[in-house]
Write a protein that binds this ligand. Structure first.
Ligand code: FES
Length: 251
């Protein structure tokens, strides 16, 4: 259930170019959030909340990790907060990844840029049920790369950069055919990347997580709709998603 909650910042660090990792304590969210869900973060002086996906959870320490990119004054303000300070969120929001029946199967995680963070919490959850994890992570340049080591701890990991300054040069789609067999895939990243991946893997069960600027974040304002093949003709990313089965929405 989505609640209005207060997060207390425990740590905040820049971990790559314009990319901030924040660890914040909250008992309710740390106990209830599943991979793929997000926090709808309130920023003082800004009317619109910012949806930020959950990158990790530590249930014992009751902390939630989020990663965000500084893209404007709102995220800049958030990045300027310090440990001990608080901020308000609505969460855990949205529908997350379905991990049922993935135990002992082979799973491909494909993340692009700031779409990488939710796949880390997902990967950890899948590792706990003995899924074999292969990850392909795409970034613009070397300066944007983060969480490489963490993903390597989960399984085979490939890094690609647009300009070839780190890992392989190219796009995540260039690597997919080279990684061998997998039973299903999960992906999060920019829309053109998701389109290319779903077109490449039509017969493979997959789930995609969509990034979207939102209004209300709770299904009331229609600011986040996406066409769907299903009855009704559209889905709301904030409340029906942000995670969908690949065949559920028209990208
Ligand atoms: Fe308002 Fe999704 S953001 S309906």
């Amino acid at each position: 259930m989505i609640k209005k909650e207060t997060m207390i910042i425990e740590a905040i660090n820049r971990i790559a170019l314009d990319t901030v990792e924040m660890v914040a304590a909250n008992p309710y969210i740390s106990k209830t959030a599943i991979p793929g869900q997000f926090l709808h973060v309130a920023i003082q002086g800004h009317t619109l909340r910012r949806p930020i996906s959950i990158a990790d959870i530590d249930r014992e320490k009751e902390t939630v990790t989020i990663l965000f990119k500084i893209v404007g004054s709102g995220t800049e303000q958030l990045a300027a907060l310090s440990p001990g300070m608080t901020f308000n969120v609505l969460g855990p929001s949205g529908n997350g990844f379905n991990t049922a029946n993935k135990d002992k199967t082979s799973v491909l995680l494909i993340g692009g840029g700031i779409g990488v963070p939710p796949l880390y919490y997902l990967g950890k959850t899948l590792a706990d049920i003995d899924a074999e994890i292969i990850s392909i992570l795409g970034f613009q340049t070397k300066a944007n790369v983060f969480y490489e080591e963490r993903f390597r701890e989960l399984g085979e990991t490939y890094i690609v950069t647009d300009d070839g300054s780190y890992g392989k040069k190219g796009f995540v789609t260039d690597i997919i055919e080279t990684v061998g067999q997998f039973d299903s895939y999960y992906t999060c990243g920019p829309l053109p990347m998701l389109k290319a991946i779903t077109a490449m893997l039509p017969g493979t069960p997959g789930m995609i997580s969509l990034e979207q600027r939102m209004g209300c974040g709770v299904g009331a304002c229609m600011a986040c709709v996406i066409p769907s093949e299903e009855p009704g003709g559209y889905k709301k990313i904030c409340s029906d998603g942000p995670v969908f089965y690949a065949e559920e929405v028209s990208l």
